[in-house]
Design a binder for this molecule. Structure first.
Ligand SMILES: O=C(O)[C@H](O)[C@@H](O)[C@H](O)[C@H](O)COP(=O)(O)O
Length: 251
């Protein structure tokens, strides 16, 4: 079922598995389209639990033959400030679920160097992204995003300074509640993407989805409202549980 708001396409499916299959199909479509036009596909991966099943699906027999993976370059929308061997690492999750099964060469994986100090790690990652795009505006072909039940996305958390960052493309973000650092793409960089796709499933996300899409704009409370690609395509891939608080007016 498709629901639409100006500039946003909502794809709502009954079960998480259907959501994952449709997002995997969209990923394959974008990858092949960009590889045909540009010869490469640059994607920024989301972290957390939701996308792990997507990565496993893309690496499965059902999908792995549909993309020329040697032409795909992998980045991260955000990273926890932990070693790449730590269980919380988004890099480690993608490595186990996607990079190793598909034998992605390390030269095609652009991870955050979390051995550096947080600010240096952010600066180094911004520099790596800039050089990848040869100094042209960094325009990811796809940015995959998840959503926290507090309406955060990437590591753009409520009431944190990074929400207002306009100059930097990558920034360190200190989370006072968890007393941890994150490294995150900033909203301006995400919004330069050709396509942005939210992957959200589960009843626990329903209120956040409703607030982001239907409440008055308040980016301090609902940071995911910052995500509005300037020219790119914004799609939400939701299960019916995560979409259950949306008003019928959007149907
Ligand atoms: O590093 C991260 O954790 C993610 O980038 C983060 O933004 C995630 O998408 C949300 O926290 C949802 O996480 P779940 O999918 O685990 O609910």
């Amino acid at each position: 079922m498709e629901k639409n708001k100006p500039g946003i396409k909502l794809n709502v499916f009954t079960t998480p598995d259907e959501v994952l299959q449709h997002l995997a199909d969209y990923f394959v479509y974008l990858a092949n389209q960009n590889i045909e036009v540009r010869g490469r596909f640059a994607v920024a991966l989301s972290g957390g639990n939701s996308p792990k099943k997507l990565y496993e699906l893309l690496a499965s027999d059902a999908y792995k033959g549909q993309v020329d993976w040697d032409k795909v370059d992998f980045f991260f929308g955000d990273e926890r400030y932990v070693p790449q061997t730590a269980p919380e690492s988004n890099y480690l999750m993608a490595k186990l679920a996607l990079f190793e099964p598909l034998q992605i060469p390390s030269t095609h994986v652009f991870a955050v160097d979390t051995e550096l100090e947080p600010a240096q790690a952010a600066l180094a990652y911004a520099t790596n992204i800039q050089s990848y795009f040869n100094g042209l505006p960094a325009r990811f072909d796809l940015v995959l995003l998840g959503l926290g039940d507090n309406a955060h996305t990437a590591s753009l958390f409520p009431h944190t300074p990074v929400l207002h960052e306009q100059a930097s493309t990558v920034k360190e973000a200190f989370l006072p509640e968890q007393q941890v650092y994150r490294i995150t793409l900033t909203a301006p960089l995400i919004n330069q993407a050709q396509a942005v796709a939210f992957l959200v499933y589960g009843q626990d996300k329903a209120l956040a989805v409703q607030q982001i899409l239907e409440a008055d704009r308040d980016i301090e409370q609902y940071p995911a409202q910052l995500i509005a690609p300037k020219e790119g395509d914004l799609q939400w891939f939701l299960d019916s549980a995560a979409a259950s608080e949306l008003s019928e007016v959007m149907s």
